[in-house]
Design a protein around this ligand. Structure first.
Ligand code: ZN
Length: 369
């Protein structure tokens, strides 16, 4: 028998189908929403730094056989830097770094890695460049998913003020072709600057925190420290050239920070921390965080005064010197400086050079005893 539907029946069927469809839709949407909530919760669980979430995550990871990253790598992801003591503050922002009271000892290498070599900057270093935080990474404003648009970056250089002992503090910036010297531009004279600890006749070099080739900075006292040739040419220069070549080859930008580290009230830095990270490719091209030693192999440096004693000088026998008791400078007796000295200030001593420098006397810059 042929079933016969009336219009009303059909309408009813349609309606009931519709309702059914609606019911299906509702269930689908509820399912999707639940899935979304679960995904969000899972993402939050994976990425959150909230202590109770972190704790739960770490214990789960441990049960699954993973070790917490902080434990295996000795800590140092900014958020936990408060506990490991190696915290530096630049304009109020904390970054895992070096411990000023226990700087690395020179071991024959030009530099050692800091934070396992991973670059890390205070937020303001990124922010001044026009970057905004995007989860664990950075992007330019208005761009999606951690993308950086070169045109939205702000190249800049920032030089921290000298401290109360007239020592350099730090220099950082977003370096690019814009901050570099122009083609054919010549270096200016920097001899007018006498950085803290600058002592004559010690073969010191004026060492840029941010190299001239990257910053076009000349006689800026906030960017020049008393450094050895070893630090300047063997330690820092290869890294500076790496950054310089990268910028020339790509047109990209590099976040860069150089910071001298002093022990106590000493006037000469023990070393310089250099951190660099290429922005557009997120460290693919340039990525380092190192501490370069301000030393001269086979020489002893008095970091309080800037007096350097080579092995040869240290081996010298006692001999006659003339001290100017007023200025604290000592000379060979034959020096013109001695002839001009008033008898009141003149004091003859028989001593080794090392004995005099360790008493705080400075060798004359003219006769170079
Ligand atoms: Zn002299």
């Amino acid at each position: 028998m042929k079933r016969c539907y009336t219009r009303a029946d059909k309408n009813q069927m349609k309606d009931s189908n519709k309702v059914k469809e609606k019911g299906n839709n509702k269930r689908n949407r509820a399912g999707l929403a639940l899935l979304l909530v679960l995904l969000l919760a899972a993402f939050f669980f994976i990425s959150s730094d909230a202590p109770f979430i972190k704790g739960a995550r770490d214990s789960l990871m441990q049960r699954l056989g993973y070790e917490a990253i902080e434990d295996t790598e000795g800590g140092g992801d900014g958020s936990s830097s408060g506990q490991n003591g190696g915290t530096q503050t630049v304009d109020g922002a904390d970054v895992a770094s070096l411990d000023a009271s226990a700087l690395p000892e020179y071991n024959g290498e030009h530099y050692v890695k800091v934070n396992d070599g991973r670059p890390e900057f205070p937020d303001e270093v990124y922010e001044r460049a026009g970057l905004v935080k995007d989860g664990d990474t950075w992007k330019t404003n208005g761009n999606l998913l951690g993308t950086v648009d070169s045109n939205k970056l702000t190249p800049y250089e920032y030089y921290g003020s000298l401290d109360n002992l007239d020592r350099c503090t730090y220099a950082y910036g977003c370096l690019g072709r814009e901050t570099m010297p122009e083609e054919g531009q010549e270096r200016g004279d920097i001899s007018s600057v006498h950085p803290s600890g600058w002592a004559k006749a010690q073969n010191w070099e004026r060492c840029h925190l941010i190299a001239w080739a990257l910053s076009a900075e000349n006689a800026n006292p906030q960017n020049l420290i008393t450094g050895t040739h070893y630090l300047n040419y063997d330690g820092m220069r290869p890294l500076e050239e790496e950054v310089e070549h990268y910028i020339w080859n790509t047109g990209n930008h590099v976040l860069y920070m150089a910071r001298p580290w002093f022990t106590g009230d000493e006037l000469v830095a023990r070393g310089v921390q250099m951190t660099a990270w290429s922005v557009e490719d997120k460290g693919e091209g340039i990525s380092f965080n190192v501490y370069c030693f301000n030393v001269t192999p086979n020489a002893d440096i008095d970091y309080r005064t800037g007096v350097v004693t080579t092995e040869e000088q240290a081996a010298q026998d006692a001999r006659l010197y003339v001290i100017n008791t007023r200025s604290g400078v000592f000379h060979y007796p034959t020096c013109d400086g001695v002839k001009e000295m008033s008898d009141r200030n003149k004091k003859e001593v028989t001593a080794t050079r090392l004995e005099l420098t360790s008493q705080g006397y400075t060798p004359c810059g003219y006769c170079e005893p």
